[in-house]
Design a protein around this ligand. Structure first.
Ligand code: SF4
Length: 235
């Protein structure tokens, strides 16, 4: 197959509910692409990131992906959540055009390191800048390029918070981009299992931290899918 016309897919599953951010609870099908330009310390989707898993990824065309989504949703258009890895590493413009023509809506989450002109065809772009505990560095120019590329699409920011340094990072980024809706969620530090007690404690700490700080524009949410199913794949 011609690589420029195809998309590396790690998994397609659903319908399930969106477990995070602005559309938490909304029925959706997940299309998880393979490949990421980051290596976050607590990444819980390494199977969609690291080259050693590449043998498990499938190269699919836009039409093949939409056919699979349609089969899963019983032919009913719904919101397609594009996740990864970093889905911005792929060429998704054609899929967005075909999907939108058939009534699908598209939400995409990315760390904000690669801008694509097809961001403007998304319904929702979630930028999730990675805080200090990830071990990654934010490139502000590239992040701004992503925001500029979004055009009229709805843009929200989401932060995974492990500790005070992450909180302060999120606070500072929110000041820079004060017009964007902000979602905070506690980090599940383990990449292989869910530590429910520490997650609940971190959630409580985060809520109290936000309230004590008077950061009333921030919304603190759990990872609903982790609460319900843990780190099980495909739900
Ligand atoms: Fe994992 Fe996301 Fe970080 Fe990529 S950006 S390594 S997918 S947490």
């Amino acid at each position: 197959m011609n690589g420029s016309e195809t998309i590396w897919i790690s998994e397609i599953f659903g319908p399930t509910i969106q477990g995070e951010g602005a559309f938490i609870g909304q029925p959706t099908v997940f299309v998880r692409t393979g490949g990421c330009d980051y290596r976050c310390a607590w990444c819980d989707t390494l199977y969609a990131v690291e080259d050693r898993y590449r043998k498990d990824w499938i190269e699919m065309t836009a039409e093949e992906i939409l056919a699979k989504v349609s089969k899963l949703s019983g032919g009913q258009p719904l919101m397609i959540t594009l996740s990864g890895g970093n889905p911005a590493t792929q060429s998704l413009g054609k899929m967005l055009a075909l999907g939108r023509a058939s009534g699908y809506t598209f939400a995409l989450e990315t760390q904000g390191s690669i801008a694509k002109d097809w961001f403007a065809d998304l319904d929702v772009l979630t930028i999730s800048p990675k805080p200090p505990s990830s071990g990654m560095q934010t490139n502000w120019k590239k992040l701004q390029n992503c925001l500029d590329a979004a055009g009229m699409a709805m843009v929200v920011m989401k932060f995974v918070i492990l500790n005070e340094a992450d909180y302060l990072y999120a606070r500072e980024v929110a000041r820079r981009f004060s017009k964007l809706p902000i979602y905070l969620q506690p980090c599940n530090q383990s990449t292989v299992s869910v530590e429910k007690e520490s997650l609940n404690g971190r959630m409580l700490w985060l809520v109290e931290r936000v309230l004590a700080d008077g950061w009333f524009a921030a919304r603190v949410l759990p990872q609903l899918h982790v609460m319900l199913w843990g780190n099980i794949r495909g739900v």
